[in-house]
Design a protein around this ligand. Structure first.
Ligand code: PBG
Ligand code: ZN
Length: 326
């Protein structure tokens, strides 16, 4: 590059010219809002490590849909806290499970809301792991695929618009695609948690979803934070198996992975701005140490700049409010 007279600051001097040269934009339509649903009535229960995020009983969803709609948020992703947990996570694939009930309720009161469901077993198993265990506590891959496919299919039958497997078993996108296709859900898309890392940033989520593993960790199935080339292989496999969107998770410490995936595949990419990222910002903001609005909007914009098309974020409602006031 040889532009001897180029002075980048000339275009930075004025808000209008800054807008002229802006490469990335942020809108409420980019956001997917996570919702935790639980049994009971009249519950809108706080989560101590995630200020302003709640666990809702089914009867409280209608008011929440009103709020999301008024903010221009078009999509949610559901996580369930079941009535009962067992070894095989049976409520995950029960047509009357908590997520299945929530899907039906949202579709009743707000049919235009786009409903994505997290497909995993950790919220439903008594041991808190994302699949079926052998006698040594190892998560069995292929037996778990059957349960995940049953769960995705049950969500589809309840009226979900998209399913999002987050378990990190090998071959799960193919197994779920086949189950959906065989049962008349050929047009139901899959959002794959493709490059999902074994991360300390999921801590607050495990309080919110009551899904911490009872022993050990998830390093035998989620990715090693040290790896980047492997993320490309994971994404390639998921696309080959039939994924319609791919994800990198967490977001902020993994923007390099997002950029590589975006460049390599030019495929719809989702960023998951996870619970620990949310909690850090909230804690600093509550202490008056950072300007929450600035930091949140900047972080979300940077995820898009890194290549994400959509962002799953607990900040969605605040961010939508701030954006509309601009
Ligand atoms: C379930 C799941 C997790 C998250 C999304 N789906 C937790 C985990 O893998 O332990 C984390 C989301 C967050 O931290 O916000 N497998
Ligand atoms: Zn899981």
């Amino acid at each position: 590059m040889n532009f001897p007279t180029y002075r980048p600051r000339r275009m930075r001097a004025n808000a209008v010219t800054r807008e002229f040269v802006r490469e990335t934009t942020l809108s409420a339509k980019d956001f997917i809002y996570p919702l935790f649903v639980k049994p009971g009535t009249g519950c809108k229960d706080a989560i101590s490590s995630m200020p302003d995020v709640f666990q809702y009983s089914i009867d409280m969803l209608e008011a929440e849909m009103e709020e999301l709609r008024s903010l221009g948020i078009q999509a949610v992703i559901l996580f369930g806290l079941p009535e009962h947990k067992d070894e095989c996570g049976s409520e995950a694939y029960d047509d009357n499970g908590i997520v299945q009930q929530a899907i039906r309720e949202i579709k009743r009161c707000c049919p235009e809301m786009y409903v994505i469901t997290d497909v995993c077993l950790c919220e439903y198993t008594s041991h808190g792991h994302c699949g079926k265990l052998d006698e040594n506590g190892y998560v069995l891959n292929d037996p778990t695929l059957e349960l995940l496919a049953a769960e995705a299919l049950s969500h589809a039958r309840a009226g979900a618009d998209m399913v999002a497997p987050s378990d990190m078993m090998d071959g799960r996108i193919g197994a779920i695609r086949e189950a959906l296709d065989d049962n008349g859900f050929t047009n139901l898309p899959i959002m794959a948690y493709s490059a999902k890392y074994a991360s300390g940033y999921y801590g607050p989520f495990r309080d919110a979803a009551d899904s911490a593993p009872a022993f050990g960790d998830r390093k035998a199935y989620q990715m090693d934070p040290a790896n980047s080339n492997e993320a490309l292989r994971e994404v390639a496999l998921d696309i080959e198996e039939g994924a319609d969107m791919v994800m990198v998770k967490p977001a902020l410490a993994y923007l390099d992975i997002m950029r590589r995936v975006a460049d390599e595949f030019e495929f719809p990419l989702v960023a998951y701005n996870v619970s620990g990222e949310y909690a850090m910002v909230k804690a600093a903001a509550q202490n008056g140490w950072i300007d929450e609005e600035r930091v949140v909007l900047e972080s979300l914009l940077c995820m898009k700049r890194a290549g994400a098309k959509m962002i799953i974020t607990y900040h969605a409602k605040d961010a939508a409010r701030w954006l509309s006031a601009r």
